[in-house]
Ligand binder design. Structure first.
Ligand code: G6P
Length: 615
């Protein structure tokens, strides 16, 4: 995820773009840049770090005059966050400049072609490939910028929201969208371009939201002309009147970042396996795994180190790795591991899981593992973070920035990456049959749609939240793959509602927690069809006979639990190993609604921090 902003009109573009970038920093903030055209020259300045760094740099570096310009705040996907990889990117001639939010999946093959034709690349980004591809098409075909962008985009596989400016055509900006958002604000003889409407809300309430596969030529004098990228047909612009205020827009219309991130999970999971899961070819492509396949295959065991929600994702991974790839796994709290003189050998593979990539204990744990000769693989969300850099290799989750302190989309995307790794290894080891392997790939590909379906329980979950919001204790139970989900569900509730909650393996209930059960105790039981169903149903009966209140998370169409439970929340059917990706959704929603009803600060709960960089 990145934020893009553009302006063309009669005002000074710089303050509009700068303020717009600050508002879009929630979309990424590892580097930023602005290009301005002052009537004669194109000026560009960019830097690693937040927009505030850019502001300091820019004002000392270039004159900030000009009534047309584009700007970008980055969430790195290809290439570490540094000055060179920051956007905007020039084409080789220096005539064109581009900003991009998204991923060009076939950039390597395009780049090779362009290099053959003499193009030189300064950065590691896919975006610099795209701007040169546009330049190449424009030069070869002797066509206008808009047409060249269209032809180039027809050669591109991936996702994008782009804005392209040509210094020889200073009255227009060309924009296009596929899979990443792009809004155009319509003023009086002025136009605003942005990833959402927040950069221009005080200037105009009229906006066009480009649809996927649409591009627009935005002309200072002639307005906006929209076409379909693939079939060239013209599209009538649909101008909407914005009803939202600024804060709502930054949160994409949601009341809180947490809710927005819960709802982003279908697209976040898709982004996680985009370009990696090739179902038709029955291939999983992950460079970090491929390049180190020997290490994985020769490993005596995998040790997973993590904290908090990431540790719960690690527990799910333990089931997947052992079940599918038949590799012994130990899951460790990084904070314990680092101080207990663990036995680590050169034949161990250590997987460190961390959303932020900055958690101090996890970082210390991997340094320890490295010092003992283990191979360390990082699973991080933040590109270029300390853990990502410290690990020998890794795979990013590509979930986009997670702002809510209670982790949601990070959890499901971590499980997605770890599932891909486990599947790849089980194929390489021959521990999975080819039909079972294919079945897993097909089911994984269906998960984003099934998560969407699971999100439809939101209103019903809200009614359950209303009933139980005033209790002081909750119990969460699950078995097998869904035991870690029970832990995660309890953690979510604790974190943001401050209600005491415990997660337990369902069968362990009789060794302690059963003593807590009375008619006031709500117990969330994950009882999906394929995970030891009959056994969990027996546990539910044990709860019922002690008058506990049962909230069952069940597979669509379930009848048995429905008869016993006080409430059931349905999730779509899937294979057992993927069920955590669905069962976790209602639990996130339940904690969100309860916290909200109790008037708690959902996005910034007391005493917690998003990245714990102290031990
Ligand atoms: C903090 C956050 C949690 C997170 C944990 C681990 O406690 O509040 O949401 O799960 O740190 O963070 P990491 O960035 O390493 O995943």
């Amino acid at each position: 995820m990145c934020g893009i902003v553009g302006y063309i009109g009669h005002r000074e573009a710089y303050p509009i773009i700068l303020k717009g970038l600050k508002r879009l920093e929630y979309r990424g903030y590892d580097s930023a840049g602005i290009a301005l055209f002052d009537g004669t020259d194109l000026k560009l300045s960019k830097t690693k770090g937040k927009v505030a760094n850019l502001e300091t740099k820019l004002e000392s570096e270039i004159t900030t005059h000009g009534s047309v310009g584009i700007g970008h705040t980055r969430w790195a996907t290809h290439g570490v966050p540094n000055d060179v990889n920051s956007h905007p990117h020039y084409s080789n001639s220096g005539d064109l400049v581009i900003i991009h939010n998204g991923i060009i999946e076939n950039y390597e093959s395009l780049k090779k072609e362009l290099i053959k034709r003499g193009y030189v690349f300064k950065s590691d980004t896919d975006t610099e490939v795209l701007v040169n591809l546009i330049e190449d098409v424009k030069k070869n075909e002797q066509i206008k910028l808009g047409k060249a962008v269209q032809i180039a985009l027809n050669q591109v596989v991936g996702a994008y929201a782009i804005a392209v400016f040509d210094r020889n055509k200073p009255n227009e900006i060309v924009v296009a969208r596929l899979g990443s958002p792009l809004a155009i604000g319509i003023g009086d003889d002025e136009f605003f371009i942005a990833s959402d409407a927040s950069p221009f809300i005080e200037y105009t309430k009229n906006a066009i939201y480009l649809e996927d596969e649409e591009m627009a030529i935005v002309r200072r004098d002639k307005g906006v002309k929209i076409r379909k990228i693939h079939d060239d047909s013209l599209v009538d612009p649909y101008v909407q009147e914005l009803q939202l205020n600024l804060e709502q827009i930054e949160k994409g219309g949601y009341d809180h970042f947490m809710l927005k991130e819960i709802y982003e999970q279908p697209s976040a999971i898709l982004d996680t396996f985009r370009g990696r899961l090739l179902t038709n070819e029955a291939i999983i492509k992950m460079a970090g795994v491929e390049d180190n396949m020997k290490k994985f295959l020769n490993a005596d065991r995998i040790i997973i180190v993590a904290c908090g929600t990431s540790w719960h994702a690690g527990l799910v991974a333990e089931y997947i790795f052992e079940d599918l790839a038949r590799i012994p796994v130990e899951v460790e709290y990084a904070s314990e591991f680092r101080y207990r003189n663990p036995i680590i050998t050169e034949k161990d593979v250590v997987i460190a899981i961390s959303q932020s990539g900055e958690t101090a204990d996890t970082l210390a744990a991997i340094k320890l593992a490295k010092s003992k000769g283990a191979f360390v693989f990082g699973v991080c969300n933040v590109v270029g973070s300390s853990i990502a850099r410290e690990a020998h290799a890794g795979a990013y989750t590509h979930a986009g920035p997670e702002i809510g302190v209670a982790s949601t989309k990070a959890f499901t995307t971590q499980i997605t990456v770890l599932t891909l790794i486990a599947l790849r290894l089980s194929r390489a080891k021959g521990t999975i049959s080819s039909s079972d392997y294919r079945h897993h790939l097909i089911e994984l590909e269906l998960i984003p749609d099934k998560v969407k379906k699971a999100l439809e329980s939101d209103d019903y979950v809200k009614t359950i939240a209303e009933i139980y919001k005033d209790v002081h204790n909750f119990l969460y139970l699950g078995r097998g793959y869904n035991f870690p989900v029970a832990l995660e569900g309890a953690l979510k509730l604790k974190e943001i509602s401050y209600i005491h909650a415990e997660g337990y393996p369902a069968a362990e209930m009789k060794h302690g927690p059963i003593a807590l059960i009375d008619e006031n105790m709500p117990i969330v039981v994950i009882a999906t069809k394929k995970g030891h169903y009959e056994k969990v149903v027996s546990n539910i009966q044990e709860i019922k006979s002690r008058k506990g209140k049962i909230i069952g998370i069940v597979t669509e169409g379930d009848t048995q639990v429905k008869e016993l439970a006080d409430h059931v929340i349905e999730v779509p059917e899937t294979i057992e190993s993927l069920s955590p990706l669905l069962t976790t959704i209602p639990l996130q929603l339940l904690s969100y609604h309860i916290a909200l009803m109790l008037g708690k600060n959902v996005d910034q709960p007391r005493n917690l921090a998003k990245a714990v960089t102290v031990e």
